[in-house]
Design a protein around this ligand. Sequence first.
Ligand SMILES: Cc1cc2nc3c(=O)[nH]c(=O)nc-3n(C[C@H](O)[C@H](O)[C@H](O)COP(=O)(O)OP(=O)(O)OC[C@H]3O[C@@H](n4cnc5c(N)ncnc54)[C@H](O)[C@@H]3O)c2cc1C
Length: 406
Amino acid sequence: MTYQNIDINISEDAKAMLQVVRKFSMEVMRPAGIALDKLCDPGDVTAKGSILWDVFKGFRSLGLHLLQIPKSLGGMAEDLDPMAAALITEQLGYADAGLAISLGVSCMPFNSAAMFPVPEMQQLARDFCADKDFKMIGCWAITEPDHGTDWTLGGDNPRCGPSVKAVLKGDEYIVNGEKSAWVSNGTIATHAILHVGLDPTKGMEGQGLAIIPLDLPGISRSKPLDKMGQRPLNQGSIIFQDVRVPQKYMVIPYPEFIKASAGQGLAYVNGGMALVFAGLAKAAFDEAYVYAKSRIQGGKPIFEHQNIKLKLMKMFTMVEAARANARRMAVYNRMNIMTPSVAHAVAAKCLSTETAFTVASEAMQIFGGNGLAKEYSIEKMFRDARASMIEDGVNEALAIKAAEYL
Ligand SMILES: Cc1cc2nc3c(=O)[nH]c(=O)nc-3n(C[C@H](O)[C@H](O)[C@H](O)COP(=O)(O)OP(=O)(O)OC[C@H]3O[C@@H](n4cnc5c(N)ncnc54)[C@H](O)[C@@H]3O)c2cc1C
């Protein structure tokens, strides 16, 4: 902590939990993220014996996979006050944004399953809550090689519709197509929340949503994606070839229901991104502040030079605006889970990710040449932040979409 945290209005229990999360995130996640980022072969990130599994183990053993699932299914959603939940997510992003995303996405299909009052889905959520050995890992499979922003913008143009299609035959859907190499946890996931095309005449408005296990015959994976930022976050495509998906896994089988739930999905995903990258923005500020206090130029710490003070104060202002905004949105949306504010969630995602990028860039300037050196973590934070403005929807496209919800 480089400056006082003024969001102290949480219970003593929540404060204690946050303390435990802070310890885990800084002692396990931060060093793991730095080590995983340095691996040349992205396949090594998820190899047997990789430090990644210590991160998953710690996350599950602290029960952090239970935060969104109701108590009746084994979760702890009602036990945690909304601000504490927001602070926990922000702290994970502070430690390592790519790993925070990997952990968050690992819960996604199961958190969603808990919302569907269907016995199979409720059981899936229950099994996930009981799974301390991370045998169940989730992913969100939406982007396709030829449809990225098309998914963000939606619409009824058949030329912009899903390439992964599901055709109902008897009591099964036959699924064919490919989800892109950008699917987070795509190389390790056991379950997916999967967007498919049901009615090709309606473009993206003809889609359905399935929650499926990924060990069904006909499903294969590509090699892991090699990329610039968030390297500890494994990504890879998922290919479907005549996959027989039992009808019970198609949780939204009617395109007309998708429109109603699309807002919830947008709010959920963007809400998490906003908190994680507000955390990264703060981490980049802290690195710069500590460095400025110790680096001597002109015969004194560079912090004592007016230009550095001004820079840091501007960064501080931006970081606090992003954190306050993300937290306010997260508390509201957690308390209104069925009717969240999509506009606030997207605004917070865009503000946090753009703040993280600007602050990491300014921090790099404060570091001078050292900012570019692998020895310091600021160049990694800069790369991680850059990816976030494209992640889960290009910011410009998200803003255009969210305007419809104003
Ligand atoms: C770190 C990271 C994690 C991700 N995780 C996941 C995940 O878990 N699951 C998943 O499914 N996907 C994931 N994605 C994919 C992500 O959602 C897509 O990359 C994003 O939606 C953009 O799609 P694209 O890359 O195909 O870009 P494109 O859609 O090709 O866009 C390229 C450019 O063209 C512009 N553009 C595109 N269409 C239009 C239009 N109609 N009008 C105006 N401008 C347009 C865009 O704004 C952009 O600047 C992830 C991406 C990243 C970077």
